[in-house]
Write a protein that binds this ligand. Structure first.
Ligand code: SF4
Length: 126
């Protein structure tokens, strides 16, 4: 039996200054995701939608990883799509099929954990 590929979790923390994430205890949250959930790994980036974030995605995304699912925690999914889809397309990856964008703003830590947990469990149950 082929082992199911675990999703990769990327948290975009909006510089750490965004009021939308004021309630999120980042380290508690990310350690929960990486240790308790069935993910390949979990990482944090401070601001994916600016130049260095773009450069990071160009380095990080790999052509051929078409069977990988990326869960990106951050702002509004429509905004994420607008800002990240080109970086995925440049590597031949399909944002709409491979990315699950989660709006984690204005949530308590436990609510954000639950939101990610539900998505990961659903993916791994498929
Ligand atoms: S992608 Fe969204 S969450 Fe990330 S830094 Fe930009 S506005 Fe903030």
């Amino acid at each position: 039996m082929v082992e199911k590929k675990r999703p990769r979790f990327i948290m975009c923390f909006c510089t750490g200054e965004c009021p939308g994430f004021a309630k999120l205890e980042l380290w508690k949250f990310i350690n929960f995701v990486r240790k308790e959930l069935d993910v390949e790994y979990a990482i944090i980036h401070p601001q994916l939608c600016v130049d260095d974030g773009d450069r990071f995605l160009k380095d990080y995304l790999k052509a051929g990883d078409n069977n990988v699912t990326y869960i990106i925690g951050g702002c509004d999914p429509k905004m994420q799509r607008k800002m990240f889809k080109d970086a995925f397309a440049e590597k031949g990856l399909e944002f709409d099929k491979q990315v699950i964008s989660l709006d984690l703003r204005n949530l308590e830590t436990s609510e954000a954990m639950k939101k990610v947990e539900e998505v990961v469990n659903k993916l791994m149950a498929q």
